[in-house]
Design a protein around this ligand. Structure first.
Ligand code: TYM
Length: 335
């Protein structure tokens, strides 16, 4: 059976980009694959969160993912820092990762531009840690959004390089996965770019109905089409992209027709969009609160997931250590 793995950084709340870009696909795969899902708390350290807030960040993401339909009976759900084998593999993969190729990663260049005062080595090797997350479970399929495509390419390069350098077949080449379709980018409400945690342009699964309507009504548009079939501004295109994700095809077509014959009222489009977003998110929101405070349930979920993940990680590291040439003197000590 093939293995599927996906993960998320433990910062902020879950937004529509996370949900529709990656999580929903992962959830659909839970019945047919050997499934691992984890919370990437080590990755979050690149931005130096305060230790007092760190654990609540992990708990928030865990509760929101469970509320969204992640099934602890079907998936091994775990926290990255509970699996020390990931860090060990990260060290080994760092030895076969080159500065030049990491510096060329688009996400690294973006971070350098956004935070020139915090260009730490963890940021540079972020894709190596991500490759370790994936390769430690020898995952074949990784449901992610479009922004992670390049990271998956790096994971494949490192898998191939390791296998050829050490004459082994330890790692399969992981593929980004979206049921045969292109990976998606969920746009933000600010007119350009993707919805993101740090961009402040997101709708969160945690938002209530009022907040969602308010955010959507404030979304950037243009002054409207003046001629039939005129080209669409990016901001308007983005609203249509969001609509096509949350609404049925007839509704999307109705607004497209209205745009093309210049009768569209953006206020109506936004109201429809907000209503349809709420249909997806409000049932999830209702569950988040109770799960967040259920210590016993959360501990049970993570205990089971950690046991499964460690078992899988240990088996991989046994092969990896042997391929690299580690032989321990300690096996001959009897005391
Ligand atoms: P993160 O935490 O930024 O996002 C989690 C998942 O959500 C997807 N996503 C989006 N998809 C479409 N449109 C958007 N606007 C959008 N915003 C976020 C991301 O593509 C991702 O799939 N590095 C990862 C976490 C990670 C990981 C891994 C993922 C660490 N190790 C191993 C998969 C496998 C990250 O920062 O995702």
């Amino acid at each position: 059976m093939e293995t599927v793995l996906s993960g998320i950084r433990s910062t902020g709340h879950l937004h529509l980009g996370n949900y529709f870009g990656a999580l929903r696909n992962y959830i659909k795969m839970q019945n047919e694959y050997n499934c691992f899902f984890f919370i990437a708390d080590l990755h979050s350290l690149t931005t130096h969160p305060h230790p007092d807030d760190f654990h609540s960040g992990v708990r928030t993401i865990l509760a929101e993912y469970l509320a969204s339909g992640l099934d602890p009976e079907k998936s091994a759900i775990f926290v990255q820092s509970d699996i020390p084998e990931i860090s060990e593999l990260y060290v080994l993969l760092n030895m076969i990762s080159y500065k030049g190729e990491l510096e060329r990663t688009a996400s690294f260049k973006d971070k350098v531009r956004q935070n020139p005062d915090n260009v730490n080595a963890g940021l540079l090797t972020y894709p190596v840690l991500m490759a370790a997350d994936i390769l430690i479970h020898r995952a074949n399929k990784v449901p992610v959004g479009k922004d992670q495509e390049q990271h998956l390419e790096i994971a494949r390069v490192l898998a191939r390089r390791f296998n050829s350098m050490y004459g082994s077949e330890v790692f399969p080449e992981p593929q980004a996965f979206n049921f045969g379709s292109d990976l998606i980018k969920v746009p933000g409400l600010d007119g350009s770019g993707k919805m993101g945690k740090s961009e402040g342009n997101g709708i969160y699964l945690f938002d209530d109905e009022k907040v969602i309507h308010k955010k959507v009504m404030k979304a950037v548009t243009d002054s409207g089409p003046t001629e039939p079939n005129s080209p669409m501004a990016e901001s308007v295109q983005n609203l249509f992209t969001l609509l096509s994700i949350v609404s049925d095809t007839a509704t999307v077509q109705q607004f497209k027709d209205a745009y093309n014959d210049c009768t569209i009222r953006y206020g109506d489009l936004k109201k429809q969009l907000a209503t349809d977003i709420c249909k997806h998110t409000l049932p999830i929101r209702e569950k988040i609160e109770s799960i967040y405070h259920d210590d016993v349930y959360l501990s049970k979920v993570i205990k089971r997931g950690t046991e499964l993940a460690r078992e899988s990680a240990r088996a991989t590291m046994k092969e990896v250590r042997s391929a690299v040439g580690f032989r321990s003197f300690l096996v001959n000590v009897n005391d």
